[in-house]
Design a protein around this ligand. Structure first.
Ligand SMILES: [Zn+2]
Length: 331
């Protein structure tokens, strides 16, 4: 992945201010047409403004009976608001009719929440930008469902498997496409397992591409680099780059996390507990995960703790890739 540079952030901020401006303009037009239809609403707004100005002036001049005068004026405003509310109710105008219609309701298209943290819509755009600019977008052009050629899989019985590799691939393809089409509806996760060169990474890329095209945030990491990100975040926080911070957040926040090549990382108790943490946290927050691995189920069970495996066996569709090594995984 490339670095998030200042330029990306600046462009996004320009985008946000454009969005806010457009929302404000659209709201102005709505206000005009509303007041044309109900002139009394326009009068009420003007009156409220005038009274507010009077109140400010009172505070500036500070007359003797300041409180009383201010209270009276405030009561007038309340009365006008009440009248406005009644007009709204009578004509069934939605309460928020004049509120600007922001694309993101959470941050009102500012990109930041009330605590000053980046809004999820901001992170989503950064990640999409990163993908567009990284090698992944190039790879995704080549590796997608349209480029999938089922005929490279043999249609002859393979070892003790019931389905031929091709029939098996049809099955996996079906589930993978279904995974994309019903992404928000289902709570399925996928485990791709089996030897190298059988199309697991290719299938991961097809899914990533289909979902990114739908505007879904996808974080794709090999197991090795995934745990590097986690390690840097936990043990080297002072030297942690912006990008690592972002990637770490995305491990938990992305709508889909793809962990490719699980089993190639160094295995130790730290990794075991972090993997559990990631898988478990994502299940709890209903975010989807795809894991691909060259290990057999038996080997997985030996390598990772029971609590990880019970999460995986209970919540992931276990899809076995088998057949002759096709060597089409570009590694
Ligand atoms: Zn937002």
């Amino acid at each position: 992945m490339i670095k998030i540079n200042r330029q990306i952030i600046e462009n996004l901020m320009i985008d946000y201010s454009r969005k806010r401006l457009n929302a404000a303009k659209a709201a102005d037009l709505k206000r005009e047409s509303l007041y044309a239809e109900f002139p009394r609403l326009g009068e009420i707004e003007k009156k409220i403004q005038l009274i507010s100005i009077k109140i400010s002036k009172l505070f500036l001049s500070g007359p003797e009976n300041l409180d009383e005068k201010v209270d009276n004026l405030r009561a007038e405003i309340e009365k006008l608001k009440k009248e406005r509310e009644e007009i709204y109710i009578k004509h069934k105008i939605p309460e928020d009719f004049l509120e600007p219609d922001y694309e993101c309701k959470k941050c009102c298209d500012t990109g930041y929440d009330s605590e000053g943290k980046r809004c999820s819509c901001f992170n989503k755009q950064i990640i999409n930008n990163l993908y567009t600019m990284s090698n992944m977008s190039h790879m995704l052009k080549k590796e997608n469902f349209n480029a999938f050629d089922i005929n490279v899989f043999s249609n002859e019985v393979y070892e003790n498997e019931k389905l031929t590799p091709r029939q098996n691939m049809y099955y996996i393809l079906d589930i993978s496409q279904d995974f994309c089409y019903n992404f928000h509806e289902s709570n399925m996760n996928l485990l791709f397992y089996g030897g190298t060169g059988l199309g697991k990474t290719f299938m991961c890329n097809c899914i990533a591409k289909a979902l990114i095209d739908k505007g879904i945030t996808v974080l794709y990491q090999t197991s090795f680099s995934l745990f590097e990100i986690v390690e840097t975040h936990k043990f080297n926080a002072q030297a942690e780059s912006e990008q690592n911070k972002l990637s770490y957040g995305m491990i938990f926040d992305s709508e889909l996390l793809i962990i490719d090549d699980l089993g190639t990382e160094l295995n130790n108790s730290f990794i075991n507990s972090e993997l559990f943490n990631i898988v478990n946290e994502r299940l709890i927050t209903e975010k989807k995960t795809i894991i691909s691995t060259n290990l057999s189920l038996e080997k997985l069970a030996k390598t990772y703790s029971d609590r990880i495996m019970s999460r995986v066996f209970n919540n992931f569709a276990l899809l076995k890739f088998y057949g002759k090594d096709l060597r089409w995984e570009s590694k």
